[in-house]
Design a binder for this molecule. Sequence first.
Ligand code: 6PG
Length: 477
Amino acid sequence: AKAQIGVTGLAVMGRNLARNLARHGYTVALHNRTAARTEELVAQFGDEGDFVPTTGAADFVAALERPRRLVVMVKAGEPTDAVIDEFAPLLDDGDMIIDGGNAHFADTRRREAALRERGVHFVGVGISGGEEGALNGPSIMPGGSAEAYAALGPILEDISAHVGGEPCAAHIGPDGAGHFVKMVHNGIEYADMQLIGEAYDLLRGAAGLDPAQVADVFRRWNTGRLQSYLIEITGEVLAHTDPATGAPFVDVVADAAEQKGTGRWTVVTALDLGVPVSGIAEAVFARSLSGNTGLRGAARGLDGPRPAPLGGAAAAAFTEQVEQALYASKIVSYAQGWNMIAAGSEQYAWGIDPGAVAAIWRGGCIIRAAFLDRIRAAYAKDPGLATLLADAEFAREIGAAQQAWREVVATAARLGIAAPGFSAALAYYDALRAERLPAALTQAQRDYFGAHTYRRTDRPGVFHTAWGQDRAEHRTD
Ligand code: 6PG
C-alpha cells in the first residue's frame, strides 16, 4: 500500500511530526538527506505505526499515493528552496508540497506562485508547539489553496491539538497566510515572554521576593485569568534549583536573550504595514539590548535610584498590582497582534477569520491559553471589531486594571527598573483613547519646515501656511 503522506527532513520536528502522523494511523513515507536518520527513526519508533523508509528522492515520491502529500521539514530559507527544486520536477498536477518550517510568508508567497505555474500546490503551514507539540498535537496554521486544504486539511486537523473536541488547525487563507499568522504568533510569544519577564523582575526588584516566592506567585496566577502555558512554565523554571551550584537556576543563566528571527520579521512587517505593534517591538528590542554586552558594559556605572524593596503588606499589594499590569498589557499586545493580522489579511486579500485564529491557538501552541477563547468570543460577537480593546468585556477589565497598571509603571520608573513592555502597552492604551494627540503639532512642524501641508479640524481641504512670509494660509488641494 502506498503512503498517504511523506515527510522529508527528519530532524526533531520532522521526526516527531512523522511519528504523530503514524500514531494516527497514516502510512508515512520517510526521507532524509542522510539515510542514517531515516533508519534511526524506523529502528527506534517503527512499532508506533506504518512507516515507509526511502532513500532517494524518486523512491520517496513513488511511495506516495496521489495526489501526493509531501511534507518538507527542513530549515527555512535556502534549504527549503533546495528541497523544492529537488522534488518539484518529480511531481504531477495536483500534488502538494507542504512546508512545515518557520518560513517567511513572503518566501511562501513566492514559492506558491512558482509552483502553481507547474500545477503543484504549495502549502505553507505554520506549526507551533515545539518538539512536544509536533509529537502530541501542535497548533497548525495552513495557508494555500482551498483545493489543497480539502485534500490535506482533514489529516492536519486529525493530528493537531484539540480543545473541547475542536481541532487546533484550520485553513487560514491563500499562499502566505498560514506562515504570516505563525509569524504573528511568534511575535505575540515574544511580547508575552517580555511581559512575564518584567513582572518577574519587578516582583524581585521592587517587591523583594526571591525566585521561589516568585514561582509561587506565578503558580497562583496560573489558576486565574492569566492561566497559560507560558505562565505555567515560568513557575516551573523559577522553582528550579541549579544542581551544580544550589543557586536558583534563573540566577545562573546568562542574561542575554537570543532569537531566531521570527519576532524581528513580525516587527519589520508591521512597520511595512503601518501597524503599531509596540509590545512585540519592545520585546525584540529588549532581547537585542540584553545581548549587547558592549553597550551594557559601557553604561553600567550610570546613575539611578537604589531600590529598597517594599516588603510586607506593601509587597503583597504590589504583587496584585503587577498581576493587573501584566493582564492589561497582555490584552494590549494581543489587540496589536490581531490588528496586524487584519492588516496583513487586507493587504494580501487573504480573508483571514480573526476568531478562527484565536480558536486554533487555544491548544498546542506556545501561547496557548484559556484567554484565547475570550478573543474568539469577542470576534464572534463582532467580526468587524476594530480593536480588542473596544470589546465590552476587555474594555471593562482593562478599565478595572488601569489604575494598578499605572502604579506599576510609575513604581518601575521610580525604582529604576526597566519595564518597556508594561510602559509601551500603557502608552498605547492612553494614546488610543486620547481625545487629541500631539500629532497635530507634528503636522504643523512638517508644514513649517517642509511645506508638507495639513488638514484642519473645522473644514475639509489640504492647507499650507506660508511660515517664512506672511503666515497666510493657502488651500493646496
Ligand atoms: C513555536 C515556537 C517556535 C520557536 C521559536 C523560538 O511556536 O513552537 O514559536 O517557533 O520556539 O523558534 O524563537 P526564537 O528562537 O526566536 O525565540
